[in-house]
Design a protein around this ligand. Structure first.
Ligand SMILES: [Zn+2]
Length: 905
């Protein structure tokens, strides 16, 4: 099949069918030779990565422009690897297409035989498919997004060392060779601090005896040790100083240019780089300095890379510098790729590089969702596990070395990853170890939080004491006192906490801090029942800061708290009139959320518009789109969605909202086009399929609907219940009775424990029965029939079901079970014996029905008994009133009218 050469490359997701085959021949292990990391864990969660051999997009790894979109999504171009090996194979020089194809072929050859394959339940494929989709959207978000900052969860990444460089040996004939070499070797053993001490002593003792070259080497090596212990300024001064002793030596020049760059002295840095490159056009150190210099000058990452000759980009120093700059720009995937390349080409210590990779992976985890929900999604869990492994490796490599205090933040980051996985104990222990190595303010603060969370009160107070001692500026001192006051409050010593806050106010804090403490106090007074005190403080606030948005936010929150909603709204309106371009974004956002709680979508949209960058797909942008949708701002919604889709390609939520907007304007043609575009990328996405199905349904276009649904062989269980039922309903409309009955029954089965499943199932079957001619009850027991029997003087109903898992509590029975196999083929009135509870018993067949019809009456029964409290009462009353003769009209489902955007469910 030849595709047009002018096709635009799109990142098309693999189809579910491809995934199914790919996973089956994976043997449930990573395809990297020797790796035994599983693909699915015991709960069938996808804990590995589906990777492209030839990247889907230009600029990606091993992109082949001669291939085409369809070929790139095929099983042949996909491999399953664990996250670690996915990152590793991003180095295209070490892992070219040919090598990966060999790896894939050798790996899959072991599992081609059917008997060696693992069966994957459709549910697992649905979930995996969803996750792959989310990951590709998430990548876009992390690359371009700017809005995720989570206070104390965010590790201190600026500690990532900016440079790496190699030792500078001394000439063989130098009388100081062995002494200098011994000191330098300490660096290789991670004893930088010892090396620094010894160098300083060496310098003091021998300086006058050293030749210029030996002086240069002493200063340069000393500078490198300072650099590696995060003392950049001392390092820069040494590099610049060192040049005076060997002005024509290239190594001296390139280190000096690094020194100038570190000090932000662009002019001297540029001059020095030029000089070095004239003498040696491939000089790695000079290019390393150049990368940082260009970055400081403000060039984009895409502009910087081509300035570096391709022949040296793979060198450790260069790759590392590129990774560092990419990370600074938030280009986390680029950073990860270049770090991996640096690691592959590293000589000497690799711990910093390994930790660097861990560091960036940690940044790609969406901590926001953790803060909101206390949990993270499966792809993030996989990342967190890998982060921990990398830090383990890095930390073990430097254990018992003098680098540990300066790298103790690795442990803090590892603790963050452990916390993401829910292991507070391990997180606490890591931070404690870090703190014992390095009790600075930052680590102490982390320990205070972790100890609080893990219930280690004594340590928490120790950490708080240390915060007090190590706080160097007003902000840190205030943080400490506030922390203590808030702990007092949290532990029930409200009065003490409040007194401390009041004392802080008395002391005359700076303006911002004053406002923070006042707001905190208002909250404490009002939750403590001191309404009048709170009100007085708010009056004071209004008097002192009548032009501050914050003032009215506090007032509105207070009024909502005490139930004076109308007045609260007035405060919100007042705040809204004060909002301007200078208002801090968090305040505007907070105000928008207040309006959201009053369902004032128009005001929400107006406010979010001020802080959202609609060119960037982020949490804020999503909020804006929802506000447009709820406010009925269709044309604004269309404009914003189209811009986003043009920039990012199909994203499910944006596609869905855009289709709603078009539909709201009765523009079916565009609504269909946007959904069809999405389905070209994700052909198995049933959420979008069902959106499209409904438009065809509204247009009464049975033929298009039939074509659209032709490949649907089960209903995606990851969808909301309403969507699943609505999709099932579509099969009735296209008169595919078999699939309708099968799917409707399946959805009910999936949500059996929820009242609304039975409500919806009844509505659905009543509605469709009106159109359906009477189905004849089966005469004999077959698969998928319900049969009631009398045994041992009790009546039991079984459903013959060939499924995994079976719910025995609901009467489900495998056709292979002793009773199941005996029942098959029997008719009403038949009597037979079978083993039950370990003894042979006599069964008599009383009724046989289709399981679907049986489910109908069982749902009525469940809604009038087990779910009576939750069920929609109106329906139940009607069922009871009709007493067997159901009032069908009352059930009539408002399917089309009730369909809402997924985000609303
Ligand atoms: Zn692996």
């Amino acid at each position: 099949m030849e595709m047009s050469a002018k096709e635009t490359p799109l990142r098309l997701s693999p189809t579910k069918d491809s995934l199914n085959r790919l996973f089956a021949v994976s043997g449930n292990v990573c395809a990297f030779p020797g790796c035994d990391h599983p693909v699915f864990d015991e709960d069938f969660e996808l804990v590995a990565q589906v990777c492209h051999i030839e990247s889907a997009m230009p600029g990606g790894e091993r992109f082949n422009k001669k291939s085409n979109n369809e070929a790139r999504r095929k099983q042949e171009n996909l491999m399953v690897m664990c996250l670690r090996h996915h990152v590793k194979t991003n180095n295209v020089l070490a892992y070219p297409t040919k090598k990966l194809r060999e790896m894939k072929r050798d790996h899959e050859a072991q599992f081609l035989e059917k008997s060696k394959q693992i069966p994957i339940p459709p549910m697992a494929i649905d979930k995996a498919y969803d996750e792959i989709k989310r990951i590709s959207e998430e990548i876009l978000i992390t690359v371009k997004g700017t809005d995720s900052k989570v206070d104390y969860l965010i590790a201190q990444n600026e500690r990532l060392a900016a440079y790496v460089t190699t030792n500078i040996p001394v000439a063989d004939n130098s009388p100081f060779k062995s002494e200098i070499d011994t000191i330098v070797s300490l660096r290789d053993n991670f004893n930088q601090q010892n090396a620094i001490d010894l160098f300083e002593k060496f310098r003091e003792k021998n300086w006058d005896k050293l030749s210029p070259n030996e002086k240069f080497r002493t200063l340069a090596n000393l500078g490198i040790c300072y650099m590696e212990t995060n003392r950049d300024k001392a390092a820069a001064d040494l590099f610049i100083d060192a040049l005076t002793y060997e002005p024509e030596l290239l190594k001296a020049q390139s280190l000096a240019s690094l020194g100038y760059t570190m000090k932000g002295d662009i002019i001297n840095s540029e001059l020095m780089i030029e000089k070095t490159l004239r003498a040696d056009p491939q000089n790695v150190d000079a290019y390393q300095a150049m990368i940082h210099m260009l970055s400081i000058k403000g060039l984009s990452f895409e502009e910087i890379v081509p300035r570096i000759p391709e022949s040296i980009r793979q060198q450790q120093e260069i790759a590392y510098a590129l990774a560092f700059v990419a990370r600074e720009r938030g280009l986390l995937n680029d950073a990860l790729t270049w770090l991996q390349i640096a690691l592959e080409n590293a000589q000497g210590q690799k711990a910093d590089l390994t930790a660097g990779i861990a560091n960036i992976l940690l940044e790609t985890i969406n901590g926001e969702s953790f803060v909101l929900n206390g949990t993270i999604d499966q792809p993030s869990k996989n990342k967190a596990n890998l982060v921990i492994q990398y830090y383990d490796e890095a930390w073990n490599a430097i254990s018992a070395s003098s680098l540990r205090p300066s790298r103790s933040w690795w442990l803090v980051n590892r603790a963050v990853a452990k916390k993401f996985l829910g292991d507070r104990k391990a997180a606490y222990e890591d931070i404690l170890e870090a703190w014992e190595l390095n009790g600075d303010f930052w680590t102490s603060r982390h320990l205070a939080v972790a100890a609080l969370e893990y219930g280690q009160k004594v340590k928490m107070w120790e950490a708080l004491d240390k915060m007090g001692v190590t706080a160097v500026n007003e902000d840190e001192k205030r943080q400490t006192l506030l922390f203590i006051a808030e702990i007092d409050v949290a532990e029930g010593r409200r009065e003490k906490g409040i007194a401390a806050l009041e004392a802080l106010l008395e002391d005359g804090l700076e303006e911002k801090a004053t406002d923070y403490v006042r707001n905190k106090l208002v909250e404490l007074y009002s939750t403590g029942g001191k309404i009048e005190t709170a009100e007085a403080l708010i009056d004071q606030l209004v008097k002192d800061r009548p032009e501050e948005v914050r003032t009215y936010l506090t007032q509105a929150q207070f009024l909502i708290f005490i139930g004076r909603k109308d007045e609260a709204k007035k405060s919100m309106e007042k705040a809204r009139t004060l909002v301007n371009a200078a208002t801090p974004a968090p305040e505007i956002h907070e105000l928008a959320e207040l309006f959201q709680s009053f369902n004032e979508a128009k005001q929400v949209a107006e406010l979010i518009e001020m802080i959202a960058d609609v060119k960037v797909y982020s949490r804020i942008t999503r909020q804006l789109l929802m506000a447009y949708y709820e406010a009925g701002e269709n044309s604004k919604l269309i404009k914003a969605c189209e811009d986003l889709l043009a920039a990012y390609g199909p994203i499910d939520m944006v596609t869905e909202l855009l289709s709603w907007a078009y539909e709201g304007l009765d523009d079916f043609e565009n609504a269909i086009a946007v959904l069809t575009d999405y389905l070209a990328k994700y052909p198995d996405d049933q959420l979008i399929q069902s959106r499209l199905a409904f438009i065809y349904y509204r247009q009464r276009d049975r033929e298009k609907l039939k074509a659209l649904l032709s490949t649907v062989d089960h209903i995606d269980q990851t969808l909301p219940l309403e969507v699943q039922f609505k999709l099932a309903r579509m099969f009735d409309y296209i008169q595919d009775h078999e699939r309708f009955v099968k799917f409707a029954y399946e959805v009910r089965r999936n949500f059996y424990e929820e009242a609304r499943a039975h409500d919806a199932f009844l509505s659905l079957s009543v509605e469709t029965r009106q159109e359906e001619s009477e189905t004849k009850a089966p005469v004999t027991v077959t698969l998928n029939s319900a049969v009631s029997v009398s045994v041992n003087e009790t009546n039991i109903t079984y459903i013959i079901e060939d499924k995994e898992p079976l719910f025995a509590s609901r009467g489900e029975l495998s056709p292979d079970s002793p009773i199941g196999s005996a029942l098959l083929g029997k008719s009403v009135g038949d009597v037979f014996t079978a083993d039950r509870d370990g003894q042979s018993q006599e069964f008599k067949v009383l009724h046989v029905a289709e399981k679907f019809s049986y489910a109908f009456s069982e749902s009525i029964q469940l809604l009038t008994t087990k779910f009576a409290a939750e069920a929609k009462t109106k329906k139940i009353n009607l069922v009871q009133k009709a007493d067997g003769q159901l009032d069908l009209e009352a059930f009539f489902c408002t399917l089309e009218k009730g369909t809402k955007c997924r985000s609303v469910y």
